[in-house]
Design a protein around this ligand. Sequence first.
Ligand code: XMP
Length: 509
Amino acid sequence: MTNGIIILDFGSQYNQLIGRRIREMEVYSEIIPFNTPLEEILAKKPAGIILSGGPSSVNAEDAHLVKKSLFEAGIPILGICYGMQLTTHLLGGKVKKGIKGEYGKSSLRIREKSKLFTDIPENSVVWMSHFDEVENIPEGFVINAETDVISSISNETKNIYCVQFHPEVSHSEYGTKMLENFVFNICKAEKNWKLTNYIDRTVAEIKEKVGTQKVILGLSGGVDSSVAAVLIHKAIGNQLTCIFVDTGLLRKNEAQKVMENYGEYFNLNIKLIDASEHFLSKLKGVSDPERKRKIIGNEFIEVFDEESSKIEGAKFLAQGTIYPDVIESQSVKGPSAVIKSHHNVGGLPEDMDFELLEPLRELFKDEVRKVGEELGIPHHLVYRHPFPGPGLGIRVLGEVDAEKVRILQDADDIFIEELYKNDLYHKVSQAFVVLLPVKSVGVMGDERTYEYTAVVRSANTIDFMTATWSKLPYEFLENVSNRIINEVKGINRVAYDISSKPPATIEWE
Ligand code: XMP
């Protein structure tokens, strides 16, 4: 890397977001552990260094520190949150324990403009998340801005800038502008980051890491594992074996489509395992959603384990883990407070004897999609709605059997087809059909029917934590309902789910 920005990771949950903001400016950025030796950092010839936030206190005995000489290397530095406290602490100022901390939105008042605040109004909103605070600033520094506490200091002669708030978070009104000021006006970084560079770099890294060894990957047909597979295949070709487990709980013709799209088109080496009967037999008699989830998860692991053990000499296990999968469990490169442990969809056992290969680990979903398109994966595959690991196992409510799965697959396929046809698919975030274990009376021709009820569900959401039901046009819904009832044997009634999340969830189980 030359002329990019190094982010030293002290464990903040926001580090990847800083990286992302800088990538959005088309500038290369790299997140490395805070304790990377200075020579290694300098060898990268960065245009600037960002000291990230982090959960610890500079006054703690085991505080994460850097060598003071970092500040003498002549490279512009931006300290964010913990980074500001660290700079203060190391350069002779004082950080004290706060009384109540500051979390969420605060009003920033600029007292004395530094270059960081070029073209930024005197009063603006910033996002804070800190407990400790700067009490005395180091010699040679000035106070540039305040909230309830000292919120920005700088030593412009030495090109050192610090902020107590998080400019990378979208709630910080002029945060992006501040980062741009740092990256372009202060560091004079070059715009040279493109997805193609990312792909080339990652391909080279995979080649180097894997050498002549073999890699296996659990392909699900979803965006993340598919992009990871194509990327890894680009690097090492058929040293990669993908295992695709057909649980029998997938969308209609999914296995066949995956083999066509990725096996034939991209030439990936895919082992298709048809385990549908196995899964269905394990689910027989089970109607509790959580038990179904557990059974499906365990069976998946078992099947995958067995199949992967047949691939002799495989040393690496590749996964399509992306940054949001990681964010809640640990920091990518450094220490961080663990919030909750995360298992990638279809979670694999922890005791598998493989080294992990996760080339998308630092990317956000939309970046993964762009990488996918850059690699030549068709738009409609890269922009698919998410599909839960347990699949139709949790969309056939109650007990699952082959017939119900077939009915649901057919109904779901019609709904999705109509969404595409009517240009609505990409206007909703997740759409599917649910099959209820309830039969009701209907009439078809002269015949009385007694069949299942299907529920059409479509949600709009940004983060899947909250969601609203999609306001799809009546005529469209009418057509979907007619088609399902007329074409799918086994369904004679269709309802539309108009519940938001919360209090409902997106899935029904
Ligand atoms: P809910 O139903 O909780 O769903 O509103 C939110 C998002 O999570 C997906 N989901 C799952 N994904 N395994 C998964 O891999 C699961 O057990 C699971 N349950 C829900 C759901 O499809 C939606 O996108």
